[in-house]
Design a protein around this ligand. Structure first.
Ligand SMILES: C[C@@](CO)(OP(=O)(O)O)[C@H](O)COP(=O)(O)OP(=O)(O)OC[C@H]1O[C@@H](n2ccc(N)nc2=O)[C@H](O)[C@@H]1O
Ligand SMILES: Nc1ncnc2c1ncn2[C@@H]1O[C@H](COP(=O)(O)OP(=O)(O)O)[C@@H](O)[C@H]1O
Length: 291
């Protein structure tokens, strides 16, 4: 690896609540959701190439190189900016795929921000978020890096400041397809919009939960298990579930009681993503603006 490589985190997100208000003509659903980041995620390393090639060196099981959101993000940014440079990318992947914690979207956003810096494009956040939205509904929130109340298809963001507890996140041994849940006939699609902000306590339901637990009994089992210790909820379309705890020790204790046969982790909730905290620290060290 080159000595001037840039190493950046790619954090997970949780949907602290998720309401589905309706469906647009293009099939996409209008949502209201609260996004918060976790201080837990993948680690990505970037090194510039002079030959214009985009090379992801870490293989992903079941995801061909050119279908990877990392590669798609890099190629789109290269095309739209007209940049002649390329990039080598490595990733230490810890986030489970298809878990509703946004790993793919987060990887895409970290790629956009990392390359914006390394290729010296100086794109602003709005432009990067707009490009991100063409890759997936969740990419803009990762580009902006601040906890948010989201409307539209999840792309119209306004600041939200939820508490920042410690979470236990459990991954049942199933992967849920977002498209499958959103096309299900029994999905709740008529929840009324929330008029009051910040989102009042008691609005923390996830409208996908009923369909997901019906189709995936392992998710129901996990919710019941964690639900013995705290309120347990689904994030996004699952399959991960989570519950809040007042401190790391109490979260750790419950994780150790529960993991077999589930896998899971403990992480602190954060209203500023660790990617953006890292970029801010780099800016201070080098005097360069990173996004
Ligand atoms: C619902 C959320 C909440 O965070 O679920 P998770 O994927 O994280 O579980 C996301 O907005 C998902 O975002 P993302 O995973 O980027 O979805 P996309 O790739 O854009 O869309 C996957 C598929 O889900 C459906 N879809 C997605 C978002 C949305 N607001 N309405 C939809 O109907 C569409 O059928 C689309 O083809
Ligand atoms: N870099 C990536 N990381 C994870 N998943 C990716 C990536 N690129 C493409 N994918 C595809 O996107 C799907 C959804 O991944 P992910 O974002 O992790 O889940 P979710 O949207 O449920 O949080 C994966 O099952 C995989 O097929």
């Amino acid at each position: 690896m080159q000595k001037d490589a840039l190493v950046l985190p790619s954090p997970a997100k949780l949907n602290l609540m998720l309401h589905i208000l309706g469906r647009r003509e293009d099939g996409y659903h209008q949502l209201e959701t609260v996004f918060q980041f976790l201080d837990y995620g993948d680690e990505m390393t970037f090194a510039v190439r002079d030959d214009g090639k985009i090379c992801l060196h870490t293989p992903f099981e079941g995801v061909p190189h050119d279908q990877n959101l990392i590669v798609k993000a890099a190629k789109k940014l290269q095309e739209q900016s007209g940049c002649s440079l390329g990039i080598d990318i490595w990733i230490k992947k810890v986030l489970p795929m298809g878990g509703g914690i946004g790993g793919g979207s987060s990887n895409a956003a970290t790629t956009l921000l990392g390359l914006n810096h390394l290729w010296q494009l100086n794109w602003d956040e709005d432009r990067l978020a707009a490009l991100g939205l063409t890759l997936g509904a969740d990419v803009p929130v990762f580009v902006r890096g601040r906890a948010a109340f989201a409307e539209g298809v999840g792309d119209i963001l306004s600041p939200e400041y939820p508490e920042e507890p410690w979470y236990v996140v459990l991954k049942p041994q199933v992967s849920v397809s977002t498209a499958e849940i959103f096309s299900h006939p029994l999905l709740t699609r008529n929840t009324l919009p929330i008029k009051v902000r910040p989102v009042p306590k008691g609005n923390s339901r996830n409208d996908c939960e009923a369909v997901v637990t019906e189709l995936y009994p392992d998710v129901r089992k996990a919710l019941n298990l964690l639900g013995k210790y705290t309120e347990a909820k689904l994030t996004g379309t699952g399959s991960c579930i989570f519950g809040a705890f007042p401190n790391e020790a109490s979260a750790d204790k419950v994780l150790h009681l529960l993991t077999e046969p589930l896998t899971g982790f403990v992480a602190k909730g954060s209203n500023i993503s660790m990617l953006h905290r890292t970029l801010q620290n780099l800016s201070k060290e080098t005097g360069t603006r990173y996004s």
